[in-house]
Design a protein. Structure first.
Lengths: 350, 311
């Protein structure tokens, strides 16, 4: 009897899902051990987090506010992944969307009922413009979109910081480094959670439906899994790539709009809270599924909210970033391990 | 004239960070592994460097310790991506998040403390008194000479003038053929990825021990990503990578000069220059000269894990 490992070309969905769950558990245990090593009491902290998050309506409302942008940035990354493109620039597109929506709110007069859809549209266009150059460079010159989208994050962050501390600085002077309070608010949905939340879910459902039930969605999925086969079958790979990447940018831009008009109400530097980078996590956790993104975003929102709660306990936000890195790392490892199975074989008898 | 000397001097100093990190990434990518964890490794190197120099007062010890940390983390990354063959993009992003987050957590205690000892400029006798060039080239710190001359020339000779270099490039171009020729594909990948990670961490230490020189959260500021982009621009060649980094040093130092001299451009806008410049440099050449795409192409097996049984 010999026992050996055998690698399967594709892991079965059940084992893959289990590998995910185990990976997240391992990451949290590792994070707990590291926190314990630095003198904190991880179990006490964990209890505190659970009580503050699920013990009251306020905790859940906080999670609801965080989950809204995460659904959209996660969806943005997941959509691009469908055609095999890495949009690491959701962070920048988020800023560009928030910037465009704020610009419209500050400088275009009009009643709120007209302005909110207009700001929504501005957000989408802002995100779309922000991914335009990386998209065309990838489609026509085969320049890695991974790096171009990422570098534009820094530019967008600086742009928002610049306008919020310079030209668009609150003329009332009530707050440092932010624009004036926007006159138009996204109305509340349940408690503090605004209408951005159901809209984000709606966007995810529509996108999922477009991928599952339209000819376009079918062709994009084929093009993503095998570009050569898609080209051979006469599908316009380049056109699909451009449309999908622009869509990805627009969705990340949309995420910026409710954040600025519903949650923060002012444009300021650092408004994104790393939502764009966490969107990569969300998409990976969701295995690129548009509906799965909602679950992934919920998990990330709880983790992010834990970070905010833990800040009052002396654990800082960068620790949370490190923990998300751990989760991503263990997930990548778990994904690969899910491909292996143990087989025992009797040696052939002579 | 003083202004030009100042700009060029700062350019060399600023470019050194990118050059060292880019050389590390050249090593990893030449053997077929994309390491997107450079940003995180630089953060780890930067905090290790400052923590060590605060304790030991020796910048050399700080730099060496940063290299050692990079080596250890690089071994983990290489083991996971080369032997376990986990997704390189995900592992790299995870390394960046972990490194940045961990360094920022540990770094709270060191924030804002200037490095008590740094790599200071060494005036080379006679040469440094050459007008203009002397002040620019021969009053730099030890690391600058290491990064711009010794290391790239060594790597260039190793890669393009030795049999071992031919083997390592073969591993990045066609691992199956290399394997068939008896080259230990996984072992070569493992060690070059590890060495590349050590250099990236070293670049972080250069940042806090020679360039800035102090720690603050976000001190790396995307330089790791710029280094990854430079490798593409440099066509995966060590000498080109160093020249490209120098070009970026010039852009960065122009930004500094602009801020210092109160040019009528806002500081955040000047800070955008390196990022916009990087994008322009990787997009424009391939659009303008189609032939560049073949000459400067990436190693054919870049990012693809090697399975012997799927050959």
């Amino acid at each position: 009897m010999a026992i050996r490992l055998q690698r399967l070309p594709s892991a079965s969905p059940g084992i893959a899902l289990a590998a995910r769950a185990i990976a997240i558990l391992f990451a949290l245990i590792t994070a707990g051990l590291l926190l314990a090593a630095s003198g904190a009491q991880p179990l006490k902290l964990a209890l505190q987090v659970l009580r503050s998050t699920f013990g009251s309506g306020f905790g859940l409302e906080d999670v609801g506010l965080l989950v809204t942008p995460l659904i959209l940035t996660g969806l943005s990354v997941a959509v691009a992944l469908r055609i095999g493109a890495w949009n690491i620039g959701a962070e920048g597109q988020f800023y560009a969307g928030a910037f465009a929506a704020t610009g419209v709110a500050l400088f275009v007069p009009g009643p709120t009922i007209v302005m909110l859809p207009l700001m929504f549209l501005a957000g989408a266009i802002g995100g779309l413009i922000w991914i335009l150059v990386p998209t065309l460079a990838r489609a026509y010159a085969d320049v890695s979109e991974l790096i171009t989208t990422l570098l534009l994050n820094f530019v967008a962050t600086l742009l928002v910081y610049y306008v919020a501390t310079g030209p668009w600085l609150d003329p009332g002077g009530h707050a440092l480094g932010t624009t004036a309070r926007l006159k138009h608010d996204v109305p509340e949905f349940i408690g503090m959670v605004h209408w951005g939340f159901p809209i984000a879910i709606l966007v995810a459902v529509i996108t999922a439906a477009a991928f599952s039930f339209t000819r376009w969605g079918y062709e994009v999925r084929i093009a993503g899994s095998n570009p050569q086969a898609a080209k051979y079958a006469g599908m316009p790979f380049r056109r699909h790539l451009i449309v999908v990447m622009l869509l990805s940018g627009a969705i990340a831009g949309i995420a910026g709009m409710p954040e600025v008009a519903g949650t923060v109400h002012r444009l300021q530097g650092g408004i994104s809270n790393n939502f764009g980078y966490l969107g990569i996590m969300v998409a990976v956790l969701a295995r690129g599924s548009c509906i799965g993104v909602i679950a992934g975003a919920a998990l990330m929102a709880v983790i992010l909210n834990s970070g905010i709660i833990l800040q009052t306990q002396g654990v800082n936000t960068s620790t949370v970033l490190a923990i998300t890195g751990l989760i991503l790392f263990f997930t990548a490892v778990g994904d690969e391990l899910a491909h292996f199975r143990i087989v025992s074989s009797k040696p052939a008898e002579a | 004239m003083d202004l030009i000397v100042g700009i060029l001097h700062t350019s060399l100093l600023a470019g050194g960070v990118l050059a060292l990190a880019a050389l590390g990434e050249v090593l990893a990518e030449r053997v077929g592994v994309v390491n997107l964890g450079v940003e995180g490794l630089m953060a780890l190197g930067a905090i290790t460097g400052i923590a060590a120099v605060v304790t030991t007062k020796s910048p050399t010890a700080g730099f060496a310790l940063a290299l050692a940390v990079g080596l250890l983390v690089g071994m983990v990354f290489a083991a996971i991506t080369v032997y376990l063959r986990a997704n390189q993009v995900l592992c790299g992003l995870a390394l960046t998040l972990m490194g940045t987050g961990f360094a920022a957590t540990v770094g709270k205690a060191y924030s804002g403390i200037p490095a008590p000892a740094t790599f200071t400029g060494v005036e080379i006798p006679y040469l440094s008194s050459i007008p203009l060039i002397g002040q620019v080239l021969f009053t730099q710190n030890v690391l600058v000479y290491l990064i711009y001359i010794i290391l790239p020339v060594m790597l260039h000779v190793l890669m393009f003038r030795t049999r071992h270099g031919l083997n390592l490039r073969a591993v990045g171009e066609n691992p199956a053929a290399a394997d068939a020729a008896g080259i230990a594909v996984q072992r070569i990948r493992f060690w070059y990825v590890t060495a590349g990670a050590a250099l990236a961490a070293g670049a972080g230490a250069y940042l806090t021990l020679a360039f800035v020189p102090s720690w603050s959260e976000g001190v790396v500021a995307g330089r790791g990503w710029i280094a990854v982009a430079l490798v593409i621009f440099a066509g995966y060649r060590p000498l080109n990578a160093v020249l490209a980094a120098l070009l970026f040093g010039v852009i960065t130092s122009l930004g500094f000069v602009g801020q210092a001299r109160n040019w009528p451009i806002a500081a955040p806008v000047l800070s955008m220059l390196p990022y916009l410049g990087t994008i322009a440099f990787i997009v424009v050449p391939v659009v303008a000269w189609h032939r560049m795409r073949q000459v400067m192409a990436a190693p054919a097996a870049l990012g693809v894990p090697y399975y012997r049984d799927l050959r």
